[in-house]
Design a protein around this ligand. Structure first.
Ligand SMILES: Nc1ncnc2c1ncn2[C@@H]1O[C@H](COP(=O)(O)OP(=O)(O)OP(=O)(O)O)[C@@H](O)[C@H]1O
Length: 211
């Protein structure tokens, strides 16, 4: 994925003022920053849901986006969501979705309507819907909200495996300890460059990936 000089304002509020970075396949990257710094705005621009005012975003392969707000229908079951998205993604089968149900530990809720799911289980489904077509580039906006500790750890196992398989994974995070798990940390500071720097977003850490 290549992002070049992306700008975005909401009326007079200039949120992104020239964001540029590149991510290679097989990278697990994080976007961090204070509340309101523009992390979700950036991800919405990267997936094409929001138009940038200027700048360019390019990527190869398919894209998966897990938004902060769940995209679920209360009156449908987990299985009904999977078949709905299977059709939308034009998939032959649900093999990957079933793996994710196992990995995230919510197989027992397959026949439960979303209205009866806990917040954490809804989020597991939200994440599964973003990953079930095995995309090349994954944009995950605080994907583990509401997860218990064990599921949180399982999420990072899933993310690490995706990286090993050559996927490019970008995760919005608030948690300082998450940065230990990342190859690249992109720090967004209120949409403006830190003093003396030209980009609002810059790699602050680069770790050797376990590849
Ligand atoms: N659709 C919108 N219309 C107007 N202003 C918006 C819109 N979306 C976001 N903003 C504003 O843009 C700024 C960045 O918001 P954004 O949600 O991208 O930040 P964030 O870093 O993801 O925040 P958080 O950590 O709280 O999730 C905020 O000041 C927010 O109020």
């Amino acid at each position: 994925m290549r992002v070049h000089d992306v700008h975005k304002s909401y009326r007079s509020r200039r949120v992104l003022r020239g964001v540029s970075f590149g991510l290679e396949p097989g990278t697990l990257a994080g976007v961090v920053g204070e509340n309101g710094s523009g992390k979700s705005t950036l991800l919405r621009i990267l997936c094409g849901q929001t138009a940038a005012d200027s700048g360019k975003v390019e990527h190869t392969g398919s894209l998966g986006y897990c938004p902060q707000e769940t995209v679920l229908n209360d009156s449908l079951t987990v299985d009904q969501h999977l078949s709905w998205f299977r059709t939308a993604y034009d998939l032959d089968g649900l093999d990957r979705a079933e793996e994710l149900l196992e990995e995230l530990g919510f197989t027992e809720y397959r026949h439960t309507r979303v209205e009866a799911l806990s917040g954490g289980t809804r989020q597991k489904l939200n994440l599964t819907l973003a990953l079930m077509h095995d995309p090349d580039v994954l944009l995950l906006d605080e994907p583990y909200q509401g997860f218990d500790w064990e599921t949180y750890l399982r999420f990072w196992d899933v993310a690490a495996r995706l990286r090993e398989q050559g996927r490019c994974v970008l995760v919005v995070s608030h948690l300082a300890w998450d940065t230990q798990r990342l190859d690249v940390v992109l720090r967004l500071r209120d949409g403006v460059a830190a003093p003396g720097e030209s980009d609002v977003m810059r790699p602050v850490t680069t770790r050797g990936a376990d590849r």
